[in-house]
Ligand binder design. Sequence first.
Ligand code: ZN
Ligand code: ZN
Length: 331
Amino acid sequence: MDLSMKMVRDIPSVVSHHYKNKELNWPMIIYVGLVHTIATVGLFTIPKCSAETLIWSFILWPISGAGITVGVHRLWSHRSYEAKLPFRTALMLMNSIANQGSIYHWARDHRVHHKFSETDADPHNATRGFFFAHMGWLFVRKHPDVVKAGRELDFSDLREDPLVMFQKKLDPWFTLYMCFVFPAQIAQHFWGEAFWNAFFVAGALRYVIVLHFTWLVNSAAHLFGDHPYDVLSYPSENPLVSFCSIGEGWHNWHHKYPFDYAASEFGISTQFNPSKLIIDLMASIGQVTDRKSAHAAWVMGRARRDRDKAAGIPLPKAAPRPWEIEAKKVQ
Ligand code: ZN
Ligand code: ZN
């Protein structure tokens, strides 16, 4: 794996390479540095907060998390189900609390990620290592292939959604307000918390933790875990990432069948997946329709695999990972 001493020793040369080539994205480096700094202040503010504020901060994890998983991921990026206007509005607001860029830009990058996974055109190409896939991709200019791919795909459905365009138009001010100020105003108004206590804890600290939980899908779930549905791909089944990202770590299934609304094979009693539960609950009250499932496709895929196995045809073997090749060269 690329978390070797060599990777650590390479950091200065990688940074100076990007610096010399003027590839560093300074506004993003400053922004991510700043939010981590105020999240650290949040860490030390926890003892000053009331129990209500701590509970509020905690429940903002699934609320903002679902704005990503149920909202921009499964609905707007993959169109794996249809949602009525009231639920779509709630998802847009929850997504804004998560503050991971506008729905439009998130969905655009994510569609490119699926179409060109583990290539130069993948915005967070995991073959470039854990750190790059996790957050390093935000710190450098996009690879020209990513920009080119973004121009070639069709995003007209996103442009036709007034909620998506409303959020895009007010980007980044609306999401910044919803992420940092709104949670503090709620705490101040309803249980008299000091504004800045809630700003640092329910706003900044919760935000940065949920950011890393989302980033783990691109890093850890692309590097660690099993590959039962597609042995050749990087994305894997990772229970820990599923816990952090409220059900988004069943990533081998998801990349094989991105149109599946559950983003996992089994039900929620077997695979931790609150995001699926939310979609099912919303379907039960008529807010969600047309949930797409990949089970029929997988039944055929598995039957094909079983036939091959019975005929003595071995499973295809994944190519060695770049760092495995590197490690072999060193030996
Ligand atoms: Zn992925
Ligand atoms: Zn996806």
